[in-house]
Structure formats: C-alpha cells, structure tokens
Design a protein around this ligand. Structure first.
Ligand code: ADP
Ligand code: UDP
Length: 237
C-alpha cells in the first residue's frame, strides 16, 4: 500500500491518502505538545513507541470484540488504518483522580474511584476542547443517541480490558482519552491512538509516572519512561 497525498498534519501524526479510498496511512511523529499546543517539544523515539503500542493494544481490543480502525503496521512509525469520519468528541475515562479532574473539583491526585467516570469534550482546538454532557452533544448534533450509547458501552469495556492488561504489567491505568469514528457504512469504530500520550500510566508499586505527564510537568526522564512502558507491554503481550 503506497502513501499518496498528505491529507492532514496534526500535532502528533501525519495522515496520508492511499490508493484505496477507505484506507489511510498514519505516520507518527516525535513532536510533543501540551496545554492545547502552548508547550512544544520533542520526545525522541515517541513516534515509534506510540505507533507500536497503539497497534498492539488495538489488536488486543479487536480480539475482545471491540471494532477498531487498525489494519496493518507498515513500518515502525506507519500504520494502515480504516478511514473514518471522526466523531468530534474526546471521551475520557478515569479510574483514579488526576490532571484536570483534580484541578476542576479541587481534590488531590490518586483517589481511587469505586466506579470509573466518563466525560466528553468537544474536539475543537479553537475552543480549547470544552467539556460537554450527552445532551449538549445531541443538541450540537455531534452524534446520534445510538452512537453515544455505543461509544459509552465500548469505552467502559475498553477500560476493563486495558485496566486488566496493564495490571499484569505492574502498571495502574489512571485515565485515558479515546476517539471514535464512523466507517462509510456508519459503523462506529475506535480510532486515533492509545499511547502514553493519551493515557496516564503509573507504576503499580512506586506510583512513578510512565506517561506524558513527565513532559507536561517537566519531571525529566521522559524518553526513559516511554521506553520503560513499551518494554513492560512487550514483555506481557
Ligand atoms: P491533532 O489533530 O489533535 O493534532 P494528531 O496529530 O494525532 O492530532 O492527528 C491525527 C488526526 O487524525 C486527528 O485529528 C484524529 O482525530 C484523526 N484520525 C485518527 N484516526 C483516524 C482515522 N482512522 N480516520 C480519519 N482520521 C483519523
Ligand atoms: N488527554 C488526551 N488529549 C487531550 C486531553 C486529555 O489524550 O486533549 C488524556 C490525558 O493524557 C489523560 C486523560 O486524557 O490521560 C485525562 O486528561 P485530563 O482531562 O486530566 O487533562 P490534562 O490534565 O491532560 O489537561
């Protein structure tokens, strides 16, 4: 499958057309951004790790019955995916308080919830991805009620699968962001990526952060953390 014209360059990935109108090639970069693009940097090796981690996890989810956009890894940074029309919602699932949840509600990080939470934000960089509820999403016609039901059901199931998997690696899945899209026939599938850029992953014993918070918060050891988490994943596949 050959790369044709570049359709889009985002903050972390480039997206290319292919000969097949239903397929795209995604090319992962080492560029890192945080705080809606305000903080910029490079994490050497991140593109390879995010590409490979996302593909391994999506393959696992497919085996558990969750439809995803993943088709085939083409190279260390490039993957063939099904083209979708992205539902402009970022779905965030949380098992433990951290980040914007702690800030918004004035609570410490690390509170383990009895039940996971779900929240949506409107995927719109110009507006800073504002938080919204299901009725707001319906009012804005971002998705249908059936699509929102499917997205919620898949998101909680994905949480159970990934939480169990990361536990076997000695890692606590704190929270993560998902994006879904529609195939040409309207089927909802998981799209975008699942990586240390989009998940909070803490060492289960020490609580050490093994994700993008090391970059966001200038904690140092960013490359080492990405390599460590990828090593744990590969050892437990
Ligand atoms: P951003 O747009 O936030 O800067 P990226 O650099 O990750 O993010 O760019 C990748 C873009 O491709 C995102 O906008 C994402 O929603 C979109 N995307 C991810 N998977 C697919 C897919 N299977 N089909 C179409 N678009 C996709
Ligand atoms: N997240 C993401 N992209 C975003 C916002 C959040 O991948 O645009 C992920 C983030 O890595 C974390 C989870 O979603 O794993 C929850 O993030 P939070 O709302 O706490 O926001 P943040 O602290 O990143 O501003």
């Amino acid at each position: 499958m050959e790369k044709k014209e570049q359709l889009y360059e985002g903050k972390a990935k480039k997206v290319f057309a292919t000969d097949d109108p239903e397929l795209l090639i995604v090319d992962y970069k080492d560029d890192a951004t945080a705080f809606n693009g305000l903080k910029k940097g490079t994490i050497v090796g991140k593109g390879v790790i995010n590409n490979q981690m996302s593909n391994r996890l999506m393959a696992k989810l497919e085996r558990c019955g969750i439809p995803t956009h993943f088709v085939k890894e083409l190279s260390p940074r490039e993957t063939l995916v099904k083209k979708v029309s992205i539902v402009p919602l970022e779905v965030i699932i949380r098992n433990i308080s951290a980040g914007s949840f702690s800030k918004r509600y004035g609570v410490e990080e690390g509170i383990v919830f009895d039940q996971p939470t779900i929240e949506f934000s409107y995927k719109n960089d110009a507006l800073g991805d504002p938080l919204l509820n299901t009725r707001h999403a319906l009012a804005l016609k971002l998705a249908t009620p059936e699509e929102i039901n499917t997205i919620e059901k898949y998101s909680f199931r994905i949480n159970e699968i990934l939480k169990d998997f990361w536990k076997t690696c000695g890692v606590t899945l704190v929270d993560f962001k998902l994006e879904f899209g529609r195939l040409s026939d309207g089927t909802i599938v998981l799209a975008d990526e699942i990586s240390p850029d989009t998940c909070r992953l803490w060492d289960a014993k020490t609580g050490e952060k093994l994700d993008k918070d090391r970059f966001r918060r200038d904690l140092g050891g960013v490359e080492e953390a990405y390599a460590e988490i990828m090593g744990r994943l590969e050892a437990h596949l």
